[in-house]
Design a protein around this ligand. Structure first.
Ligand code: GLC
Length: 455
């Protein structure tokens, strides 16, 4: 392994300049008859908690610290000797998620550094072999299940400790070892912890494989462009591994960061909120703090307004939001992050009916904000109230029977074939989101949408 380490380090120097703006792999979607029913609970849930936690939480400079600071693998491995999170309490995590109005959780069972938070007898780099000598995934799954939340695990097939990941063509035997680890660990996760609801893949598939790997072009070597998938002969065998996973865990849902058929698509970061899509289930994952996903001391927590607008923006585009916290090395979720989540939860306890169980639309996002609906109820999330006049939207082909501010007074309106004009009462605007509730004469059951001018 030591010559491998040297090679890896040299490689890191070569590719450090082309790190890490990779996009999600767009795997095909599942097409089996149970797909819609399998994911129905998740679509209704709308809001989940992501947790990035591992030995990288100890230095506290994000989950990419090993890569970014070129820490040699054997030196990085020593963090495991300091990993004894005395304030780890999975029930407390679940309580914080529930108080935040979240309906499911996704924990990094293993990130790109290779450290497994679960028991894998086949690996030397696990929580069982750390100072803690503990299986954190076991406690986590139990606590999340007990709290009545959806149980999700994040897993990265790639592992920076394997030169076969960088150069699968040259280190073929090592790449095969990496693949065997992936297959074994997925098997362990799927068989040792009871029912799992979500497996959230990252760093899998051909897009990341041979990450930055050099290619010989005939006349010289070049780094593979960021958006070009690996096209060599090594194969992750994702289709086989994922089919086996689905057999072991019928009902599990998977995202699109392997080459195997996915149940939902991942969008990443505040800037990736993107377009309305009510044809393919999707989820925006983002961080509650500025900066990395893993713990960073004194990281700035994003303002409530920004986070709520993202959540509302996702629901109004017919997607979910998975909001990340990075627990401290002692296992605790940083109190300022927990406090922000409690604020989101308070908002949801008042306005949750306009988020949970809704679908995006019928009005597309526009200058006013976004809309959601559920049966005969339509919720207009007015993020930018009109100044000095009524809110005018294109009409719906259904009669609006009633309109009011959610938890407020009536909203006078006029509906014609062309327009719906809403007169928001003076003083009714909320600084973050004014939720106007409309009752339709008939339920809105179609996936049809009404475009709204941008101005
Ligand atoms: C980015 C980060 C990675 C994180 C992931 C979550 O790809 O680089 O560390 O786990 O986002 O989606």
């Amino acid at each position: 392994m030591s010559s491998f380490l040297r090679i890896k380090l040299q490689l890191l120097f070569i590719v450090a300049s082309c790190v890490p703006l990779l996009n999600a792999q767009w795997a095909p979607f599942v097409s089996d008859p149970d797909a819609a029913q399998r994911i129905a609970w998740w679509r209704e849930a709308r809001f989940g908690m992501f947790l990035h936690w591992g030995v990288y939480s100890i230095p506290g400079r994000g989950e990419w610290v090993e890569w970014a600071e070129q820490i040699p693998v054997d030196q990085y491995a020593k963090f495991a000797d300091q990993f004894h999170p005395e304030r780890f309490d999975a029930d407390a995590w679940a309580r914080i998620a529930k108080a935040g109005g979240m309906k499911y959780m996704v924990l990094t069972a293993r990130h790109h550094d290779g450290f497994a938070l679960f028991d894998d007898p086949g690996s030397s780099f696990t929580a069982m072999k750390s100072a803690a000598r503990h299986d954190f995934v076991a406690d986590y799954v139990k606590a999340v299940r007990k709290a009545g939340l959806g149980v999700g695990l994040y897993y990265s097939p790639l592992d920076w400790r394997f030169p076969g990941f960088y150069f699968p063509g040259i280190y073929q035997a090592n790449a095969i070892e990496l693949r065997e680890q992936y297959q074994r660990q997925i098997d362990e996760l799927a068989t040792h912890y009871g029912k799992l609801d979500i497996l959230w893949f990252d760093g899998g598939g051909n897009e990341w494989l041979g990450f930055g790997g050099l290619q010989f072009t005939g006349s010289g070597w070049r780094a593979r462009p960021k958006d070009e998938p690996y096209s060599g002969s090594f194969d992750w065998q994702d289709v086989k591994t994922v089919a086996h996973l689905r057999q072991l865990q019928p009902g599990i849902i998977l995202n699109d960061r392997t080459n195997a058929p996915a149940d939902f698509r991942s969008r990443e970061g505040d800037g990736a909120l993107g377009d309305f899509d009510n044809q393919h289930p999707w989820e925006l994952c983002t961080t509650i703090t500025e900066g990395a996903w893993g713990f960073q001391a004194n990281a700035k927590v994003k303002p409530l307004a920004q986070l709520l607008r993202l959540l509302v923006g996702a629901a109004g585009r017919d997607g979910n939001m998975l909001l990340n916290v990075g627990p401290r090395p002692d296992g605790q979720i940083d109190p300022p992050q927990a406090e922000r989540l409690a604020e989101i939860g308070q908002w949801l306890s008042q306005f949750g009916e306009s988020i949970y169980g809704t679908r995006g639309g019928p009005w597309l996002p526009g200058a006013y904000g976004v809309s959601t609906h559920n049966g005969t109820m339509v919720y207009l999330h007015v993020l930018h109230p009109p100044e000095g006049g009524p809110l005018v939207l294109p009409s719906l082909p259904v009669r609006v029977a009633k309109a009011w501010i959610l938890h407020g007074g009536d909203v006078p309106f006029q509906q014609t074939d062309q327009t719906l004009m809403l007169h928001l009462p003076a003083g009714s605007s909320d600084a973050i989101d004014t939720v106007v509730k409309l009752e339709l004469a008939e339920p809105w059951t179609s996936s049809a949408v009404v475009p709204v001018p941008e101005k």
